[in-house]
Design a binder for this molecule. Structure first.
Ligand code: MN3
Length: 208
């Protein structure tokens, strides 16, 4: 069984940057839905006991096309939101820390430039999708965006996301309507870079 992560904060804890109704709907409806649908499809495909990362990086092994698509969409939705909801918090570090901060400075010309590039990817994604900061096991950073609930794990090339910005309209429409740029700007105000540094360490130490 795949289990939705528990939130470490209340739905209203990220106000005024992310509103309580968006948080509640996103977690209790969208994320819970992906989780349930993943469990249903993974049970039928007999992959319910696999690690989610292994499952997402080996989708081609699922022979039934309908189940493969269901697991890609809902497994992506499950994993992506487990990451999303843990990388935001009401009182986290608002700037990169530790080895990740150094890597961002060395490889991506610093935090300002990272923010700019990620924002560009988030706003440039047509329709629904995600913008990602990822790393490989050597600590090399990558910026990318994907459509739908796809993510960098699905490329099966050893690159793992450590931060994802959800740009589906359900992530911002209740508060920001069509203004995705306002949402992305506010989202940076609730990112917890301590958690993302921990994600980075887990990948380079092979613990994820
Ligand atoms: Mn979402």
């Amino acid at each position: 069984m795949f289990k939705q992560i528990e939130l470490a904060y209340d739905f209203n804890a990220l106000e005024p940057h992310v509103d309580a109704l968006t948080m509640e709907t996103h977690y209790l409806k969208h994320h819970a839905g992906y989780t349930k649908n993943l469990n249903d499809a993974a049970t039928k495909a007999m992959v319910i006991d696999l690690d989610i990362k292994v499952l997402l990086s080996s989708l081609a092994k699922i022979e039934d096309e309908g189940l493969r698509t269901a697991i890609r969409n809902n497994g992506g939705g499950y994993y992506n939101h487990n990451l999303y909801f843990t990388t935001i918090s009401p009182n986290g570090k608002r700037e990169p820390v530790g080895d990740l901060a150094k890597a961002i400075n060395d490889q991506l010309s610093g935090f300002g430039s990272l923010k700019e590039e990620l924002t560009k990817l988030a706003l440039g994604r047509f329709g629904s999708g995600w913008a990602w900061l990822s790393t490989d096991k050597q600590g090399k950073l990558y910026l990318s965006s994907t459509a739908n609930q796809d993510n960098p794990l699905m490329d099966a090339n050893g690159i793992e996301p450590i931060l994802g910005i959800d740009v589906w309209e359900h992530a911002y429409y209740l508060k920001h309507k069509n203004l995705r740029g306002n949402y992305v700007k506010e989202f940076f105000e609730v990112i917890d870079w301590q958690t993302i540094e921990e994600n980075y360490q887990k990948v380079i130490k092979g613990e994820r």
